[in-house]
Design a protein around this ligand. Structure first.
Ligand code: AMP
Length: 290
């Protein structure tokens, strides 16, 4: 059977008409929030969603509220035609692509302010970021009204922040985390990888190698993993990333996998290694489980 083009809606009213129709037929809905410039990581979220829900809605919205004035909002890659072609290959049912005026109409004045998992890590470098993410996700959830929303582990702190918001505000949906899809050399797929030139692209997988090694070292130490050992091992991983050719390393941290607070081996809690570093003007983030 020939695949149909994916239907696109651009107003909340049109979105609701489609979703209400599905609801009437008893069909479950999963939302995949994205900023477009789609790659196989995003498509994996759609495929995973289809295992849980009959209907999938992918939102494409480059959210101005999560970019600071000096960040890359203007040059963030946009390719709606390419995105629609990719979504057609995985049979996504609907694309929700509002313009900025539909999402933030004149007079818009309410913001979700996340704390807890939002404290530290990314927030130390991008203080505006999770407020923008939480606000837009809250709106997307109430606009679409899905049973499930899919988020990549690639943006691990974001996944924990969204889970916390959904629990704290009793939002009636379940957040599903999806493992990171990587290139063959280990680099996490990201829309921002398009910014890398050839030599930066060769350096980029070093971030994943360094945090993987750090995670293995932490796992091997077990209960002998003290905060002092973590600090030393993390410093070595930072040095490894810098030596590979990254220009600035924002952080390399070992944290509690749920609260994202500092941990040690004695806590017996699941841990996560998270890192962010710059190659020229491009900031890459990555994380792995311990
Ligand atoms: P973005 O368009 O970058 O805002 O990402 C939209 C969603 O796709 C987020 O939940 C991301 O975590 C997820 N995502 C991005 N890259 C990947 C990847 N390589 N593997 C899995 N999920 C990803």
């Amino acid at each position: 059977m020939k695949r149909q083009p994916v239907k696109v809606v651009r107003t909340v009213a049109d979105l609701r008409k489609v979703v209400v129709g599905w609801r009437k037929s008893g069909e479950k809905v999963a939302l995949i929030p994205t900023m477009g410039a789609l790659h196989d990581g995003h498509l994996q979220l759609v495929r995973t969603a289809q295992k849980r829900a009959r209907r999938t809605v992918t939102s494409i919205f480059v959210n101005p509220a999560q970019f600071a004035p000096h960040e890359d909002l203007a040059r963030y890659p946009r390719d709606e035609a390419g995105d629609l072609a990719k979504l057609k290959t995985v049979d996504c049912d609907l694309v929700w692509a509002p313009g900025p005026a539909e999402m933030y109409p004149e007079g818009f004045a309410t913001r979700v302010v996340p704390a807890g998992a939002a404290e530290g890590l990314e927030t130390d470098y991008r203080p505006h970021f999770f407020g923008g993410v939480a606000t837009v996700c809250c709106k997307l959830f109430t606009q679409v009204g899905p049973e499930f929303a899919m988020f990549g582990e690639k943006d691990y702190q974001q996944l924990q922040v969204v889970k916390q918001m959904v629990a704290d505000l009793n939002l009636p949906l379940k957040i599903i985390g999806v493992p990171t899809i990587r290139e063959k050399d280990g680099l996490a797929m990201s829309s921002r990888n398009k910014y890398l030139d050839e030599s930066q692209r060769r350096i980029a997988p070093a971030i994943q190698r360094a945090i993987k090694r750090l995670a293995d070292e932490c796992a091997a130490l077990g209960v002998a993993l003290t905060s002092a050992r973590i600090a030393k091992l993390a410093e070595a991983a930072r040095a490894e990333i810098a030596a590979a050719g990254f220009d600035t390393v924002d952080y390399v941290e070992v944290r509690d996998a749920v609260t994202l607070k500092p941990v040690d081996g004695k806590s017996g809690r699941p841990m996560r290694v998270l890192a962010a570093a710059w190659l020229g003007k491009t900031r890459l983030i990555d994380n792995v489980a311990v």
